[in-house]
Design a protein around this ligand. Structure first.
Ligand code: TYD
Length: 211
């Protein structure tokens, strides 16, 4: 049976990965590819319900281990219901965040051990790993300014993690860069401070060999 490709997009809040994923999906479809877009947390009806709990700023009492399990609960459902069937049908799957987000945010950000994240990844993803990961890197000042602007525009209902301070976000960024350096064949690290069209061109060129 045909086997598709699994490509994930990662980066700190406001890095522009969602915009870039959409531009890439449209371009690949124009080129005749079957593309499935999905997102974490979310991607399925169950995942969307879990996402509401995770991102609601009113949920101030969520413990880091509860948060960790909820991200993986959303992921397990997404893998089972959306990602694996699409890959089995030979489609290209573009996923907005995956386990590298958990390593960066819950590992480097919250201080949970990478070992626990890898153990839960085995349970939730059953061995599924991205073929390629696009990391859009920006500095913390740009990230915080963009997140603030977005929350002013859309309201604060999805801002629980955005509202963490600059130290948390710096740790997450450092985490991403370390994770990428340790697994460099899988990662494409792209500077996200350039104009959207320039970043999109770099993503396209970098991914050409992978899709
Ligand atoms: P998302 O909606 O992608 O936010 P943004 O558009 O700002 O990138 O993701 C929601 C938040 O959830 C984001 O702050 C990162 C966080 N997150 C984790 O902490 N761990 C995870 O495993 C995932 C998937 C996301």
């Amino acid at each position: 049976m045909a086997q598709g490709r699994f490509i994930t997009f990662e980066g700190i809040d406001g890095c522009g990965k969602t915009t870039q994923l959409r531009i890439l999906a449209a371009r690949l479809r124009e080129a005749g590819r079957e593309v499935v877009e999905t997102v974490e947390p979310g991607g399925t009806e169950t995942g969307r319900q879990i996402r509401k709990i995770l991102l609601d700023p009113a949920n101030t009492a969520i413990h880091p281990r509860t948060e960790l399990l909820l991200y993986f609960a959303s992921r397990a459902q997404n893998v089972e219901e959306v990602i694996r069937p699409a890959l089995a049908a030979g489609h290209l799957v573009l996923c907005d965040r995956f386990t590298d987000s958990t390593l960066a945010y819950q590992g480097y950000g919250r201080g949970l051990s990478a070992g626990i994240v890898h153990d839960l990844d085995r349970v939730a993803c059953q061995g599924l790993k991205p073929d390629c990961t696009v990391l859009i890197d920006i500095d913390i000042e740009t990230s915080m300014a963009r997140a603030k602007k977005r929350n002013q525009r859309t309201g604060p209902e999805e801002s629980r993690i955005d509202e963490e301070g600059s130290e948390f976000h710096s740790n997450v960024r450092r985490g991403y860069l370390e994770i990428a350096a340790a697994d460099s064949p899988r990662f494409l690290v792209i500077d996200g401070r350039a104009p959207v069209a320039t970043v999109a061109e770099r993503v396209w060129e970098a991914l050409a060999a992978h899709v």
